[in-house]
Design a protein around this ligand. Structure first.
Ligand code: ADP
Ligand code: MG
Length: 372
C-alpha cells in the first residue's frame, strides 16, 4: 500500500492488492474467490451445527483480529488462526469454508497443495514460503484473508512427490515455520488445511492446527434434509417433482425414527445406522422395497448432488422428476464410502459400514461383512 500526499493535506491510499493483483499473483497457487463471486452458503451445508457455531466465533475474531491480537500478545496468548478439516471427500469441507468466506466478506485462496510440492526440495520450500508470505501481505492490507490448503497431506506424506524421508521432514518444517511466523506477527490471515487422508498427515502438521474438525458421511436425518434441499432446487428450476418422492421419503424417515426409538429403549443404548445392522434389519422386516434413505447409506452430500444432477438429464425433457427416475439416478452414481478406507474401520474392523442386507446385495463391496 502506498500513500500519496496531495497539496491540500489529503492522503490518498493506493492499494497494492487490488482484486486483480490478488488474482494474478496468488492465483498462481490456486483458485481465488472474492466474496461476491462465491456461490456457496453456510446454510446449504446441512448438519455440522457445532462446527458452524465455533467457526462463527473464529471468523468474528478474524474480523477484529488487530485489536484482539494486540490485547492478547502481551499475555503471550496470541491465538493461532488455524483450522484443520478432515474426513471423506464430498462432505462439505471446501464449500463450508467458502460459505464462511462469503458470509464474513473475506477473500479466499484454495491452494492445490500438491502443486506446491516439487521433486526438488528447495523449490517446495520456496513455494510454501512464497504463498504464505504473499497471503500475509494481502491479509495485512485487506484486513483479512483465508489461505486454504486443500489436500494438505501432500506436504510431508508418503504420497507426495518427495521421496526421501529427510526431505519430507524438511518440507514439513518449512511449512510449520511459515505458520509460526504468521502467528507471531499477529497477521489477520486464517490458515485452513483440508485432508481426506488424515491418517497420512504428518503428526507435526496435525498438532500445529488449533482447531480440528471431523467431517463424515451424513446420517439418515441429515440425508433426508439434503435430499429435500436438492429436490427444492429442482423445483426452483421449474421442473416438477412428483409428490410420491417426498411422500416415500417421509414414510421411510418416520419408520426409521420409530424403529430407532423402540430399539434403543429395548437395548438400553444408542444405535447408529453405520455400525449396527439391526436398524436396517428391522426396517427390512417392515417394508418391502428399499427407500431413498436406505439406498444412500455411505453417500456424501456431493454424491446426492451428483445423483440429482444425473436425474435431471431425463427430467428436463419431460419437465417432471419421477420417484423411479430419481431413485435410479442416485443408485447409478453410487456412494463414496466404498472408495474410502475409514480409519476407524482399519483400527477396528467390527466398525465397518455394515448397513442393510438389501443394500449389501445392492452393492456387495460397500456392505460386505467385516473381514477379521
Ligand atoms: N452436509 C451437506 N449438506 C448439503 N450438501 C452437501 C453436504 N456435504 C456436501 N454437500 C454438497 O457437495 C458439494 C461438494 O462438497 P465439498 O465442499 O467439495 O466437499 P469436500 O471439500 O469435503 O470434498 C457441496 O458444494 C454441496 O453441494
Ligand atoms: Mg474439497
Amino acid at each position: 500500500m502506498r500513500k500519496i500526499s496531495h497539496s491540500n493535506e489529503e492522503v490518498e491510499e493506493i492499494k497494492t492488492y487490488t482484486n486483480e493483483v490478488i488474482k494474478n499473483r496468488i492465483g498462481k497457487y490456486g483458485a481465488v474467490y472474492f466474496p461476491l463471486e462465491i456461490q456457496d452458503n453456510i446454510d446449504d451445508i446441512l448438519g455440522n451445527e457445532v462446527k458452524k457455531e465455533i467457526l462463527h466465533d473464529f471468523f468474528k475474531a478474524l474480523k477484529k483480529y488487530k485489536e484482539f491480537a494486540e490485547q492478547l500478545k502481551g499475555a503471550k496468548l496470541n491465538p493461532s488462526l488455524t483450522v484443520l478439516l478432515y474426513g471423506p471427500p464430498g462432505t462439505g469441507k471446501t464449500s463450508l469454508t467458502r460459505g464462511f468466506a462469503k458470509y464474513y466478506e473475506i477473500p479466499i485462496c484454495v491452494v492445490e497443495t500438491d502443486r506446491l510440492v516439487s521433486p526438488l526440495l528447495g523449490d517446495t520450500i520456496k513455494q510454501i514460503r512464497n504463498v504464505v508470505d504473499l497471503a500475509a501481505e494481502i491479509a495485512k492490507e485487506r484486513g483479512a484473508f483465508i489461505l486454504f490448503f486443500d489436500e494438505i497431506d501432500s506436504i510431508g506424506s508418503e504420497r507426495s512427490n518427495i521421496h526421501e524421508v529427510g526431505e519430507i521432514k524438511r518440507a514439513v518444517i518449512s511449512f510449520l515455520q511459515a505458520i509460526d511466523r504468521i502467528n507471531y506477527q499477529g497477521v489477520p490471515l486464517a490458515i485452513f488445511g483440508a485432508t481426506n487422508h488424515q491418517n497420512q498427515l504428518d503428526s507435526a502438521i496435525w498438532r500445529r492446527f488449533t482447531f480440528h474438525f471431523s467431517f463424515d458421511f451424513p446420517d439418515f436425518h441429515i440425508r433426508k434434509q439434503i435430499i429435500e434441499s436438492f429436490l427444492n432446487k429442482v423445483e426452483n428450476a421449474k421442473i416438477g417433482v412428483d409428490k410420491s418422492i417426498l411422500v416415500n421419503l417421509n414414510d421411510e424417515y418416520e419408520r426409521l425414527k420409530a424403529i430407532t426409538i423402540s430399539l434403543e429403549s429395548k437395548l438400553g443404548h444408542t444405535i447408529t445406522e453405520f455400525n449396527d445392522n439391526i436398524l436396517w434389519n428391522e426396517l427390512n422386516k417392515k417394508s418391502k422395497a428399499m427407500g431413498l434413505l436406505e439406498l444412500t447409506i455411505g453417500y456424501s452430500g456431493s454424491d446426492i448432488e451428483r445423483g440429482t444432477k444425473v436425474s435431471l438429464l431425463k427430467a428436463i425433457d419431460s419437465e417432471r422428476l419421477t420417484y423411479e427416475h430419481f431413485y435410479n439416478s442416485l443408485k447409478l452414481v453410487g456412494g463414496t464410502a466404498i472408495h474410502v478406507e475409514r480409519q476407524d474401520v482399519l483400527s477396528n474392523p467390527s466398525k465397518s459400514y455394515t448397513g442393510s442386507k438389501r443394500t449389501e446385495n445392492n452393492n456387495k463391496r460397500l456392505f460386505s461383512p467385516p473381514e477379521i
